[in-house]
Design a binder for this molecule. Structure first.
Ligand code: HEC
Ligand code: HEC
Ligand code: HEC
Ligand code: HEC
Ligand code: HEC
Length: 445
């Protein structure tokens, strides 16, 4: 898929490298240690009183962000064979979001550090004391959180949260507008290439431009408004109820009309390993989109399939949009159940053929050629994802007119990553990622 020598091989190299350094200096700052490690408190300690919240967060992708085997394998794969400074810098930058407590306390500083030496607390990913020490953001991409942590268990300091009347005795508490805003999520859920500035993930921007970002705070649905209302059986999407979750925030504390849940479930059904969390991700995916057919033009050998993003507060898919695969699987059987048309079926190698209708972003090298390695991405070549609340129509040209009694079935399917990319990753083969049916429609002619 990748051509040889896609990256500067000619005389332009020196010039390009120089300009990359310029941009580099502009977009990123080398991670610097800001705090001693012992200022952060283990999630287990917080869980002593907030055990329900801790249980929800355990095995979430936030808890697993450093250990996630898919992330780790992809990250190592990206770093191989890079020579251009800006590309290397990007490939080293992952730890800033995936191991944030490590970066802010001095180790690891970059991905190629010996990650086996990562302090135990930092291996626990995006955790309680990290988020609840946040007091500000410097930018809405590449993790611009500003922290004000306490001084460890003896002097835990102020934990920022949604209550303005909280008086716990272990730690101090303060009301934080930031925690009620999508911005606390958005600063990590927008990812830009550190040297080239390419938009690699734009979840926050997609939300910001969506109808969910209502100027009226009463009507606005923040990231938390969906993702921190979800619990088993209650997917809390844009197309389902988002009922309050009454209860207590800590053991023996006052009853509140809503306690924000901490499952942080997205679409990942493959990594968490905990069945209840996989099930919740399935429930989220199954309440994200609707699919419908228009058979009016069949006499002209044309079938229209419509997909509506009815439940996500951002595009479908979002996040690593160059890896995620949301696609249409379509079949037509004639009146005798004989298969006469199919598209988007996985082959024996779990791969999809090139003519499959896939909703995704494709990254390019700056000259219009596709790149798989995001460290080399200088442009977004195309973006066919479905924006929030929008409906897209895909027209399929048939080479026959389906007879009366034929059955058309269309399914919208999700998986985390193409098998082709999984296969490129060196080392033990990674088993195929699960496929989840997001929506389905069938019609008999
Ligand atoms: C990704 C950031 C993040 C992480 C990690 C996180 N929280 Fe929270 N937490 C929040 C936000 C944001 C809110 C408030 C949401 C709002 O007001 O919209 C919150 C709310 C709370 C509250 C107030 C009660 C409630 O749930 O409404 C407590 C207590 C709390 N978190 C404890 C914890 C503990 C304990 C952990 C670790 C097990 C943890 N949090 C992990 C972001 C986080
Ligand atoms: C000894 C018990 C205890 C421990 C340990 C503990 N908390 Fe709390 N925390 C409480 C109580 C009690 C409340 C008050 C709940 C309420 O007001 O409804 C609270 C409230 C909070 C709030 C809400 C603050 C607000 O104003 O909105 C946050 C956030 C929070 N804790 C985070 C943490 C974090 C992070 C840790 C670990 C570093 C932690 N807590 C450890 C008992 C504890
Ligand atoms: C410090 C950076 C950071 C902050 C702050 C943060 N996230 Fe995340 N989040 C991540 C990373 C990194 C991952 C992916 C981990 C992985 O898959 O290996 C992630 C994963 C997720 C997922 C799971 C995605 C999936 O595919 O299943 C959801 C949902 C999510 N975050 C929501 C939120 C919400 C809501 C907030 C704000 C309350 C938030 N995040 C704040 C960095 C962050
Ligand atoms: C209206 C409800 C809603 C809001 C608001 C919302 N989401 Fe989501 N989110 C969903 C649904 C439904 C899915 C599953 C479909 C999908 O993957 O897009 C999802 C999936 C995700 C995923 C996993 C994406 C993937 O395919 O790997 C992440 C990460 C995420 N959301 C983060 C966020 C962040 C950050 C915000 C705020 C900027 C946010 N969400 C706002 C409903 C919402
Ligand atoms: C600015 C914060 C940030 C940085 C820096 C970052 N990521 Fe992420 N990463 C995220 C968020 C947020 C998600 C969750 C989005 C989703 O689920 O689609 C994520 C998810 C992923 C996933 C999907 C994991 C899975 O289990 O499916 C991979 C792979 C990944 N990142 C690789 C990387 C690599 C490699 C780097 C460094 C080159 C990197 N990330 C740097 C924020 C970041």
């Amino acid at each position: 898929m990748r051509k040889k020598c896609k990256y500067p091989c000619g005389p332009g190299l020196a010039l390009l490298a120089a300009s990359i350094f310029l941009v580099t200096a502009h977009v990123t700052a080398t991670p610097v240690k800001k705090f001693d490690l012992d200022r952060f408190i283990e999630p287990d300690t917080c869980g002593g009183c907030h055990w329900e919240i801790q249980e929800q967060w355990t095995h979430s992708m936030h808890n697993l962000s450093h250990k996630d085997p898919v992330y780790n394998r992809v990250a190592k794969f990206l770093r191989r064979g890079l020579v251009v400074a800006g590309e290397i810098e990007e490939a080293e930058s992952c730890v800033k979001c995936h191991t944030p407590v490590g970066v802010i306390t001095g180790f690891p500083e970059k991905l190629s550090d010996d990650l086996s030496k990562t302090p135990e607390i930092a291996t626990q990913g995006i955790q309680c004391d990290y988020c609840h020490s946040a007091v500000d953001t410097t930018r809405m991409y590449n993790n611009g959180l500003v922290l004000a942590p306490g001084h460890g268990e003896d002097d835990p300091g102020v934990k920022q949260g949604p209550f303005d009347d909280s008086e716990p005795d272990f730690h101090e508490a303060a009301f934080s507008k930031l925690h009620q805003s999508s911005m606390i999520c958005g600063t990590c859920h927008n990812v830009k290439h550190v040297a080239f500035g390419t938009d690699l993930e734009t979840t926050y921007t997609e939300w910001e431009n969506s109808p969910y970002n209502d100027p009226d705070p009463e009507k606005q649905v923040t990231c938390q408004g969906c993702h921190m209302y979800q619990r088993p059986g209650i997917p809390a999407t844009g197309s389902t109820e988002r009922p309050k979750n009454p209860g207590t925030a800590a053991e023996d504390s006052v009853e509140r009309d809503h306690i924000f849940t901490h499952y942080f479930v997205g679409a990942n059904t493959g990594v968490t390993g905990a069945r209840d969390k996989q099930k919740m991700a399935e429930e989220r995916l199954q309440n994200a989109a609707q699919i419908s057919l228009n058979t009016q033009q069949l006499a002209k050998k044309q079938l229209d399939v419509m997909v509506l993003n009815s439940g996500a507060g951002h595009s479908i898919p979002t996040g690593v949009g160059d890896l995620r695969q949301v696609w249409l699987e379509i079949s037509i059987r004639d009146a005798h159940q004989k298969l006469v048309f199919q598209s988007g079926f996985l082959d024996a190698k779990k791969e999809l053929s090139d003519d499959t209708i896939i909703f995704r972003t494709v990254l390019g090298d700056g000259s219009g050629n596709r790149v798989v390695n995001l460290a080399k991405a200088k442009q977004v070549l195309s973006d066919t994802r479905i924006p929030a609340k929008q409906k897209v129509t895909q027209t399929i040209a048939l080479d026959f007119i389906p007879e009366k009694g034929s059955v058309i079935v269309a399914r919208l399917l999700y998986r985390g990553m193409p098998q082709k990319i999984l296969n490129m990753i060196p080392g033990d083969p990674i088993s195929p990622l699960p496929v989840v049916e997001m929506a389905r429609v069938s019609q008999t002619l």
